[in-house]
Design a binder for this molecule. Structure first.
Ligand SMILES: NC(=O)c1ccc[n+]([C@@H]2O[C@H](COP(=O)([O-])OP(=O)(O)OC[C@H]3O[C@@H](n4cnc5c(N)ncnc54)[C@H](O)[C@@H]3O)[C@@H](O)[C@H]2O)c1
Ligand SMILES: O=c1ccn([C@@H]2O[C@H](COP(=O)(O)OP(=O)(O)O[C@H]3O[C@H](CO)[C@@H](O)[C@H](O)[C@H]3O)[C@@H](O)[C@H]2O)c(=O)[nH]1
Length: 322
């Protein structure tokens, strides 16, 4: 298949484009490198350097490529930053996606896999969270993605756009030769691994006063390889189905302190911590029910154990900074 991958120089888009290329698909990456490096682009893909806001370039790329599907990863991704600069997130995530949808409509592209997020749910009323749970984001990042989901619903109903919205929980881990390196890094696991490598002196714990057993936030960590598989299944399913919404998580929650303990076990390094106030906009607990995609598409994640996910990230992190 011919696939357009927006944000293909990033962590998840870079992983998925490598898997697509390895499977024989023809991939075009569209990225402006605002949060990534050119060197992260997979070998064997065509690269278009550009901003999603550039309607003419986007439309030209689509018209020329005549893709079988679009995978849309490009976005700003920091919930914490979105609490300080909400306007940035609505422009970068919501408005640019509208530009993409318009360009797809103008060029006859009908299949989209969209990177949505657990942040659409906000503070859940109960866990694990199913897809029909209340959608009430606690930060503008989540809202910027929920607005896209609402646009997608109407583009589907009125223009027949076929889409899959995958609500990822916390993505982690690495595959052979490629892993998580955000620019700049704000995510818990790579930051703790930096401490293990001696690149940082300690890890900040954002909040010890949450209503959880140890007082720190709980998240559901999903291996990037398993997440990538969900994308391939969703793209394939869109040949038959027209509107898919799925949670992608492991169904098990780990607190910030448990993640730090896991890194200590896996790396054998002491990890000094620094207790800090809460980061604004963080929900206390986000744990997925992913039964729907398992039942409907036969998704079967391979990495159930947090230690295994972290071990894969650790292997890659050490090589990257060797
Ligand atoms: N990493 C996670 O835990 C997680 C969880 C839930 C959802 N998501 C979503 O998954 C997607 C990928 O996340 P990631 O972790 O790979 O992030 P990332 O920052 O590594 O990748 C995003 C890529 O998009 C590019 N980009 C951003 N804005 C652009 C624009 N306007 N035009 C062109 N390129 C642009 C960046 O340069 C970068 O290469 C995002 O949509 C994110 O919201 C990620
Ligand atoms: O230095 C740090 C960094 C993070 N945290 C905490 O660790 C948890 C995980 O944080 P982080 O790794 O930044 O991820 P999230 O803020 O949970 O967001 C991720 O996971 C969401 C889905 O759950 C996605 O929507 C986002 O794109 C993705 O960044 C949160 O409770 C943070 O408060 C710390 O205590 N110290």
């Amino acid at each position: 298949m011919k696939i357009l991958v927006t944000g293909g120089a990033g962590y998840v888009g870079g992983t998925v484009s490598r898997i697509l290329v390895a499977g024989g698909d023809e991939v075009t990456v569209y990225d402006n490198f605002c949060h990534s490096q050119r060197s992260a682009v997979a070998e064997g893909v065509r690269l278009v350097e550009g901003d999603l806001a550039d309607r003419a370039l986007l439309e030209g790329t689509l018209r020329e490529g005549q893709f079988d599907g679009v995978m849309h990863f490009a976005a700003l991704i920091e919930a914490g930053e979105s609490m300080k600069r909400p306007e940035l997130y609505f422009r970068a995530n919501t408005m640019t996606t509208l530009t993409l949808l318009e360009a797809m409509q103008a060029t006859g592209h009908k299949r989209l896999v969209f990177s949505s997020t657990a942040a659409c749910y906000g503070e859940p009323l109960s866990t694990p969270i199913a897809e029909d749970a209340r959608l009430l984001p606690t930060n503008p990042y989540g809202e910027s993605k929920l607005l896209v989901e609402q646009m997608l619903k109407w583009m589907n109903e009125i223009h027949g756009l076929r889409y899959a919205s995958l609500r990822y929980f916390n993505v982690a881990g690495a595959m052979e030769g490629y892993g998580e390196a955000h620019e700049p890094e704000s995510h818990l696991i790579p930051l703790i691994l930096d401490v293990a490598l001696g690149r940082r002196s300690s890890i900040k714990i954002f909040g010890r006063d949450y209503p959880t057993a140890d007082g720190t936030c709980i998240r559901d960590y999903i291996h990037v390889r398993d997440l990538a598989d969900a994308h391939l299944l969703a793209l394939e399913a869109l040949k038959e189905k027209s509107r898919l919404i799925y949670n992608i998580g492991n169904g098990q929650g780990f607190s910030v302190l448990q993640v730090i303990e896991s890194v200590r076990r896996v790396t054998g390094k002491p990890i000094p911590v620094e207790e800090c106030p809460r980061r604004e906009g963080d929900p206390a607990v986000l744990v997925a029910s992913s039964e729907k995609i398992k039942q409907e598409l036969g998704w079967a994640p391979q990495f159930g154990e947090l230690d295994a996910i972290i071990a894969s990230a650790w292997e890659w992190h050490q090589k990257r900074y060797a």
